[in-house]
Design a protein around this ligand. Sequence first.
Ligand SMILES: Nc1nc2c(ncn2[C@@H]2O[C@H](COP(=O)(O)OP(=O)(O)OP(=O)(O)O)[C@@H](O)[C@H]2O)c(=O)[nH]1
Ligand SMILES: [Mg+2]
Length: 450
Amino acid sequence: MLTTSFSDTIAAVSTPAGTGGIAVLRVSGANAIEYVQRVISTWHPDGCSYPATQFCRIPDLDDVVVTLFKAPHSFTGEDVVEISCHGSLYIQRELLRRLIDAGCRTARAGEFTSRAFLNGKMDLSEAEAVADLIASQSEAEKNLALKQMRGGLSSELQIMRDQLLHFTSLIELELDFADHEDLEFVNRIELQQLAKTIEQHVARLTESFAVGNAIKNGIAVAIVGAPNAGKSTLLNALLGDERAIVSEIQGTTRDTIEDTLYLDGLRFRLIDTAGIRVTSDPLEQMGVERSQRAIENAHIVVEVVDAVHPQFLSLSLQKGQQHIIAYNKSDLVVSESFVGEMLKETSAQTSVVISAKNNDVSSLRDILIDKGRQMTTVSNIAISNVRHYEALTRALTAIGNVEQGLSENRSGELLSLDLQDCLTALGEITGQITSQEVLNQIFSKFCIGK
Ligand SMILES: Nc1nc2c(ncn2[C@@H]2O[C@H](COP(=O)(O)OP(=O)(O)OP(=O)(O)O)[C@@H](O)[C@H]2O)c(=O)[nH]1
Ligand SMILES: [Mg+2]
């Protein structure tokens, strides 16, 4: 349960569980200074300019560095004290125990960030971005979270909400003067134009989810093709690891095998699949169905074709999916012009020649980087959170209804309802409109100490 009571002063270890060079304990709340002083009697923060750092000795325990962030200039908006101690698990636990004895309560998962939200230090989408930033594993993912944490999405949404609120209040005013039928405070053409602009804006944000998702969860690359084309050998060559079993027997790979590859700051999810062919073996058939699913969910489909015995799949890809044909086993091809001829004929957007067995896959690696970059370059903010996506989809429907209502000359009452729906959906993202249940769900995903 999330607390909305700020009477407690909370404490937790904010660095990862385990032994490190140093560990940081964080204390937040109205009594933070007093409680820390009870534990570290040598700490005298008075008279310092903030944030202030001091080296202190706890005679029977450790030498520590104590930093004070005075309210409201702290992460949570309350007095925050951070104690950096040596990373021993014993010292961490003992310090936390002494802080609890001094009056602190152990913080719940996400409680520091939820206090920051409830104290108005950040809105909900910014708080969620803190979790994303902490979890980010690639440069692109970090950039996405950082933009959101610094309020990129919030300010876009705020502008739209302000414009809508302006019109909504004027329509409400019209309703108050319902006796005067001719009275129209809202210029319907202006509202129509605004609704159109907002619709485009929200639609762009909704569409950006595909990009945001690719950045956050990795660019899905399905490695597909006929049996024995060399898919598993290619997976191993790209990863530089013997991840999948390779053999000359057709149908070696039965299940999809997934692993992560970082290239040039981008995260790829490589998915090796079972060779696609018609088969009566029920197990192999299940594998082939999984291959089909991997194709449907992929951002990039790498079709591996044995250059000596070429066999192509008949793929029907969706808009936005990238198709690369990788002619493999080039080491066995005697005539170079043979491959040259095939490259000309190919139906894919891009084709390359590789030898997975000889680790000669750099051309494919370059193309993956190239396509990955194109896919994840966002000139503006991109959303990556399912909760935001759902709210934006609702906002899109609502603003579409406003537009339709205007073109059909619907009453101010009906227009107002649709405008309210849109405002609610947008407000849910930033947390201006939210329920305790939603907040609990969001902050429970954080770790303790965040
Ligand atoms: N000469 C040569 N042989 C290769 C190359 N790539 C793969 N092979 C061989 O082709 C055979 C099949 O390789 P796999 O990687 O298991 O093929 P696969 O596409 O995963 O096959 P399935 O899992 O059965 O669908 C093995 O004997 C590999 O050593 C290559 O670039 N050159
Ligand atoms: Mg295989």
